[in-house]
Design a protein around this ligand. Structure first.
Ligand code: PMP
Length: 426
């Protein structure tokens, strides 16, 4: 694009998308952003503030994607922006330890009683990958159990019956896509997949293979195949099985951490994991991830232990500042904040549910705290709903397998407007 002839008014999404597709595979840097599942061309975002995002043509949308759950305060939250600006002026990366990292590590350990020590990484993918390596290194065992439809990032051996984009695209193309091309069979031979919420299936597998099972990794609330709540006692029974057979229980709280409660799913359900993976909210909108747990296990990590793990930008001062500020804001007023997020979200879901009851469409609305999904009979129905909303200035995630999120910045007017629009488009 020639900046001299660049006239924003003439730029359509089509032009931008075609330009993007020339240089970036599929025009996007992460698959689900592509709108493949809902059809059409993605809107290109120029800026965001509070509950709203604005596209290149200046159109405003109430955002329920919130950077896939990373932004619990809202976009460009003043206090976060101010501290980040100051952090940037002090340099953007040192590759040496900082006091800030200690502060964030302490905040994480205080929020999650199961975490005695924590290491920062750059994404949720890295957090899960490293936690599993650590579990294998600590136990000296190879096999892992994951659940069908749960997503733990895109490490080779975790792309087996995974949720999120893998679920979206296998439904779009109507194929049973259990893993990705490029992942050798040998790499996934230690991954055992079990149906979510099926404790009998877990027990059966564990009885058979427990001598070689290092860990069970689970999304305590599954949020990458629509929002699916754990059945009563499912997590508790997982904990019991892991204790009995000395298997490491990993809670992937990349979405649920600081989202369901300040102390994540572990606070909400009163269960402690051995290792916990974090991301999204922890970075306040910047790339970050973390994994942590019992000191005894964490001390297996390099440089004091023999499990190697590293990162050039890990503990990046700008990301750490954004995360630390976000956590402090949440903690300051946590009871009020989480209560208000929950009641706003419940009101929105109840109102939408009432509207659907009067229509002929069958939907399943699933909600917990400030996240929810509206699940239609077919992806085609969702696509219609999604585009109806988009046209009216409401941005939902472009796949019904992905969760919707509210933030502190979503106002009662935003919710009322969303309900009005849902009623109108139906
Ligand atoms: N775990 C869960 C539960 C996730 O939802 C995601 C991403 N949506 C990841 C891990 C991977 O995180 P990232 O995209 O930051 O690598």
């Amino acid at each position: 694009m020639n900046p001299k002839t660049h006239n924003p008014k003439l730029i359509t999404y089509n032009l931008l998308f075609n330009e993007a597709k020339k240089y970036i595979p599929g025009g996007v840097n992460s698959p689900v952003r592509s709108f493949y599942a809902v059809g059409g061309v993605p809107v290109f975002i120029k800026k965001a503030k509070g509950s709203k995002i604005y596209d290149t043509l200046g159109k405003e949308y109430i955002d329920y994607c919130m950077s896939w759950g990373a932004l619990i305060l809202g976009h460009a939250y003043n206090e976060v922006v101010d501290t980040v600006k100051k952090a940037v002026e002090n340099g953007t990366s040192y590759g040496a330890p900082t006091e800030l990292e200690i502060l964030l590590a302490k905040e994480i350990c205080e929020a999650f009683p199961s975490i005695e020590m924590v290491r920062l990484v750059n994404s949720g993918t890295e957090a899960c990958m490293s936690a599993i390596r650590l579990a294998r290194g600590y136990t000296g065992k190879n096999k892992i159990i994951k659940f069908d439809g749960c997503y733990h990032g895109h490490a080779d051996y975790l792309l087996v019956k995974a949720g999120s984009g893998m679920k979206t695209f296998s439904s779009v193309f109507n194929v049973q896509c259990s893993t990705s091309l490029g992942v050798p069979k040998d790499f996934v031979k230690h991954t055992i997949v079990v149906p979510y919420n099926n404790i009998d299936a877990v027990e059966k597998v564990v009885k058979k293979y427990h001598k070689d099972i290092a860990c069970i990794i689970v999304e305590p609330v599954a949020a990458n195949m629509g929002v699916v709540l754990p059945k009563e006692n499912f997590l508790k029974e997982l904990r019991e099985i892991c204790d009995y057979y000395k298997i490491i229980l990993i809670f992937d709280e990349v979405i649920t951490g600081f989202r369901l409660a300040y102390g994540g799913a572990q606070e909400l359900f009163g269960i402690r994991a051995d290792l916990t993976c974090l991301g999204k909210i922890l970075g306040g909108g910047f790339p970050i991830g973390a994994f942590g747990g019992k000191k005894e296990i964490m001390e297996y990590l390099s440089p004091i232990g023999k499990v190697y793990q590293a990162g050039t930008l890990s503990g990046n001062p700008v990301a750490v500042t954004a995360g630390l500020t976000t956590l402090r804001i949440l903690k300051r007023n946590k009871e009020k904040i989480y209560k208000s997020l929950e009641s706003k979200t419940k009101f929105l879901c109840d109102s939408i549910s009432e509207i659907f009851k009067k229509s002929k469409l069958e939907v399943k609305i699933s909600q917990i705290a400030s996240m929810f999904t509206i699940f239609f009979e077919t992806p085609k129905h969702y696509a219609k709903f999604f585009h109806g909303l988009l046209k009216q200035g409401i941005y939902f995630p472009p796949s019904q397998y992905e969760a919707c999120f509210l933030s502190l910045s979503h106002s009662e007017e935003d919710i009322a407007k969303t309900v009005r629009i849902v009623r109108k488009i139906l």
